[in-house]
Design a protein around this ligand. Structure first.
Ligand SMILES: [Zn+2]
Length: 212
């Protein structure tokens, strides 16, 4: 099942879908961006860039034919890129807002250690229910691992230190485990991670590579 999902959302399939019938390609692209932890944090900017490019093609289409007039092919092409511009802009803005919101939650929960939904709701200026479902969604997407919301509506992270062993360390002897650590801010999600000095590790929250 997982392999099927990976195939449907793979880049070649998305590109082919764009060529055959672009709304399907766009749908797959947005779904991929929405389900990929790292992409989701950055995808808004990518879609906005495509939206600008598409908008430029609309302007080129309009100005290039301004003297000769427009035949039905020109009008079709201009309409196609106009709709693409609007749709890309819409999804780009939505995903950008979502990415920024997730980064803000990561900053508050991970970096500032705020675990109370009520406090988060106040700090985010969002209704309590919305914050609750946002955090549930982030847990589901895997940003917060080994995490749950308890009866007192507090976010509980069972252990945040399990993933600390550097990826390139195959040794398990105790000397290797006592590596000196530094706190590194993940460039993708903004979470502070403890990483062994000069070691490449994976961000515990979004999975991006980080260098200690
Ligand atoms: Zn990260």
């Amino acid at each position: 099942m997982k392999n099927n999902k990976e195939l449907i959302f793979s880049w070649p399939v998305i590109v082919i879908a764009f060529i055959i019938f672009w709304p399907v390609g766009l749908g797959l692209l947005v779904m991929r961006m929405n389900s990929d932890k790292v992409l989701l944090l950055q995808s808004g900017r990518v879609l906005s860039l495509f939206s600008w490019l598409s908008g430029c093609l609309v302007l080129v289409g309009i100005t290039a034919n301004i003297d000769e007039g427009y035949d039905s092919f020109d009008i079709g092409l201009i309409t196609f890129f106009l709709i693409a511009t609007i749709v890309l802009n819409y999804f780009g803005r939505r995903l950008k807002r979502k990415g920024l919101k997730y980064k803000k939650y990561i900053d508050l929960v991970v970096n500032s250690g705020i675990m109370d939904i009520e406090t988060l709701s106040n700090l985010m200026s969002k209704p309590y229910e919305e914050v609750y479902s946002d955090i549930e969604e982030m847990i589901e997407k895997g940003y917060f691992k080994r995490t749950y919301i308890n009866d007192k509506h507090q976010i509980v992270i069972v252990s945040s230190k399990v993933n600390d062993v550097p990826l390139d360390s195959s040794s398990s002897n105790s000397d290797e485990r006592e590596i000196r650590k530094v706190v590194v801010r993940c460039s993708a999600c903004g979470a502070n991670n403890e990483v062994g000095i000069n070691k490449v590790s994976e961000c515990e929250y979004c999975g991006s590579k980080i260098q200690g």
